[in-house]
Design a protein around this ligand. Structure first.
Ligand code: NAD
Ligand code: LMR
Length: 328
């Protein structure tokens, strides 16, 4: 095989999302069918035995693209030379909890991980934070990795985009592939704004296809915003296969050209786009040329959209203050 492997660190590799994610990376679904990959699997000590079992299963798949697997609880080993760091490992919320409640529990994990990425990762490292509250955890990791440019840090709202697309497709009676231009703005929390005002269905404004404004504002938005909680209620555990799928989608969207005129939802470090305060990690419409990504400019936001986004941004600002106080 001629290409050098892409080395990918996955934290929480023996957890639910890890179990759904690793096999997709190793099979080529994240970086393509001719791109070798190496996996650096990171767990805390109590997870190391389960991780051993997961690695046995990876071996038993005999994936032709998988060149090397590292298993470790040492962050300096785990992030050594990695091109991608997928930060999944952290405690998921249980029934009745809000994601922000995880800040005190999980926030400190991302201090050490940010530092270890800064000191060990490859020069081109890109970091995707999945562990909740993912926006603020991403901010913490970014602040602790001063040598890694801010535009290499991402947090995940692609699951919310995918959920929103499915809901719109079902309501319109079209295949999900007919829905495009769906940006989730703000925080990966119930305050997120799944922007039906800019979404398209078969290339037409979604609001011309779904004319039931009350459904869009009062049913669609809360269904998408509270979908994570609905899954926890039904399954007794937080979403895992769909979350892993969204991790794959996010990386694919950042590393392959976006369809002309379309965009995807990724949380990135704001430079003040669409009025978001600079330096917070907020979800924005992103397009990629396959190498570099950018925020799509010029989307019209009506007063309803602006109001919704402002609520989510305020939440992110206060999460940031809480996290900084807790970590001080
Ligand atoms: P899980 O409990 O099944 O697995 C988490 C794993 O992380 C465990 O194996 C645990 O041992 C490990 N871990 C804990 N702390 C760690 C650390 N400091 N370093 C390395 N590993 C560590 O949980 P899960 O269902 O896989 O969910 C993981 C996280 O992803 C949760 O925070 C969850 O809320 C979040 N999540 C985010 C999204 C999203 O859309 N952003 C979607 C689903 C889940
Ligand atoms: C989700 O959206 O499914 C995850 O963020 C899990 C959660 O706590 O909602």
């Amino acid at each position: 095989m001629s290409k050098a492997p892409i080395r990918v660190a996955v934290t929480g590799a023996a957890g639910q999302i890890g179990y759904a994610l690793l096999f997709r990376i190793a099979s080529g679904q994240m970086f393509g069918p001719d791109q070798p990959v190496a996996l650096n699997l990171i767990e805390i000590e109590p997870g190391m035995n389960a991780l051993k079992g997961v690695v046995m299963e990876l071996e038993d798949c005999a994936f032709p693209l998988l060149t090397d697997v590292v298993q470790t609880s040492d962050l300096n080993v785990g992030f050594k030379d990695v091109n991608w760091a997928l930060l999944v490992g952290s405690v998921p919320r249980k029934k009745g909890m809000e994601r922000a409640e995880l800040l005190g529990i999980n926030g400190k994990i991302f201090v050490g991980q940010g530092k270890a990425i800064n000191d060990n990762a490859a020069k081109d490292v890109r970091v995707l934070v999945v562990g909740n509250p993912c926006n603020t955890n991403c901010l913490i990791a970014m602040q602790n990795a001063p040598d890694v440019p801010n535009d290499r840090f991402f947090a995940m709202t692609r699951l919310d985009e995918n959920r929103a697309k499915s809901q719109l497709a079902q309501k319109a009676g079209v295949p999900v592939s007919a829905v495009s231009n769906l940006c989730v703005w703000g925080n990966h929390s119930p305050t997120m704004f799944a922007d039906f005002t800019n979404a398209k269905i078969n290339g037409k404004p979604a609001t011309e296809v779904i004319t039931d404004k009350a459904w869009l504002e009062e049913t669609f938005l809360p269904v998408v915003g509270k979908r994570g909680a609905a899954i926890i209620e039904a399954r007794g555990a937080s979403s895992a296969a769909s979350a892993a799928n969204a991790v794959v989608d996010t990386v694919v969207s950042l590393t392959t050209p976006t369809a002309p005129g379309d965009f995807h939802s990724v949380c990135v470090c704001s430079k003040g786009e669409y009025g978001a305060p600079e330096g917070i990690i907020t979800s924005l419409p992103i397009k990629s040329d396959g190498t570099k990504w950018e925020v799509v400019k010029g989307l019209h936001l009506n007063d309803f959209a602006k109001e919704k986004i402002a609520v989510s941004i305020n939440e992110l600002t206060s999460e940031k203050e809480t996290a900084m106080a807790a970590l001080a």
